[in-house]
Design a protein around this ligand. Structure first.
Ligand code: GUN
Length: 310
């Protein structure tokens, strides 16, 4: 097996597989020593095709890691009070340690109200204001899965991130804002750039670390890149081409690949890490609900242990 740290194209798929395996080992530990099987409830409202794929993958990977998964599929026309009643039931269900409501929700629902109905201890998405605040204050609390996956990939690649200039392209609540908070927590100098930022290429050229999360295929061009930068591409854009769907990122991968010191591909970069981090968060929530200390550095140890056995 290769040493993943040396690879210029970061193999998020392999790293996620190792992380899921390490989560699975800790799940087995909880079962053996505490007679507890972590449970993850995933709620899908409506039939958005991309959301259906994500939810199916989340349930499959949870099952493979030994986490019990509870799927709730609701019709797109379901009322908000009915969804809130389901969340209340899951909040009180001792078999459920983590709750995820797949976004986006249908337009007639209040996303903020729905997110805030989830009890913070079970908010494995890390979207509840209590967790958002905790992450911003001290990096504790349940952390949104995609930014957490990006941070783990970056630390694996670069080690200590202190003093690096990180530019986060995009300011969503799911990725951009929590990513910026995590990088700040890791002592980076952080710039958040967005659709109203002036001279985006010049800002991005300052980046030692560039995280692109805007949902615009191939937007980041060669002349936006500082040679030697580490590039993390969060974009998952679906392009219809010759009767098939191709996935592509926000970074023009072929144009920038030789300039970067490391880069995540799409697919196979950040995407698999998001699901692995959801399982990690479910494990963390389970530990915390049992009043047990959560083992530190699980991801780093998973990658190190496997690299040394190669
Ligand atoms: N939709 C797109 N990404 C996410 C995510 O990380 N969590 C949830 N709940 N919905 C999403």
């Amino acid at each position: 097996m290769s040493n993943l740290t040396d690879q210029k194209v970061i193999d998020g798929k392999a790293m996620a597989a190792r992380l899921r395996e390490a989560v699975g080992e800790q799940v087995a530990h909880l079962q053996t020593h505490h007679q507890v099987t972590p449970g993850l409830a995933v709620v899908l409202v409506g039939e958005d095709p991309a959301s259906q794929v994500y939810v199916r993958n989340k349930a499959r990977h949870a099952g493979e890691a030994g986490i019990q998964s509870f799927e709730h599929r609701l019709d797109a026309s379901v009322s908000e009070p009915a969804l809130l009643a389901l969340i209340d039931q899951l909040n009180h269900d001792p078999a459920v340690n983590g709750i995820l409501v797949q976004l986006p929700l249908p337009a007639h629902m209040g996303e903020t109200r729905v997110i805030q109905a989830i009890v913070p201890a079970k908010d494995v998405d890390g979207f509840h204001p209590v967790n958002v605040g905790q992450v911003a204050i001290d990096g504790q609390g349940l952390t949104p899965c995609t930014p957490l996956g990006c941070k783990l990939l970056l630390e694996h690649q670069l080690g200590d991130l202190s003093g690096r200039h990180a530019v986060v392209l995009g300011r969503s609540n799911i990725v951009g804002k929590p990513m910026a908070n995590l990088l700040l927590q890791a002592n980076c100098t952080v710039t958040i750039a967005h659709s109203r930022t002036q001279d985006l290429p010049a800002i991005c050229r300052q980046a030692d670390i560039l995280v692109a999360a805007v949902g615009r295929p191939g937007m980041v061009k060669r002349d936006w890149i500082k040679p030697g930068a580490v590039l993390i591409d969060v974009g998952i854009n679906r392009i219809e081409e010759d009767d098939r769907t191709r996935l592509t990122g926000d970074i023009d991968f072929p144009a920038v690949q030789d300039l970067a010191s490391a880069i995540t591909p799409v697919p196979g970069g950040v995407g698999p890490m998001t699901i692995a981090c959801l399982l990690l968060n479910t494990l963390q929530a389970s530990y915390q609900q049992l009043g047990l200390p959560f083992p530190d550095g699980l991801a780093e140890r998973a990658w190190q242990a496997q690299a040394t056995t190669c």
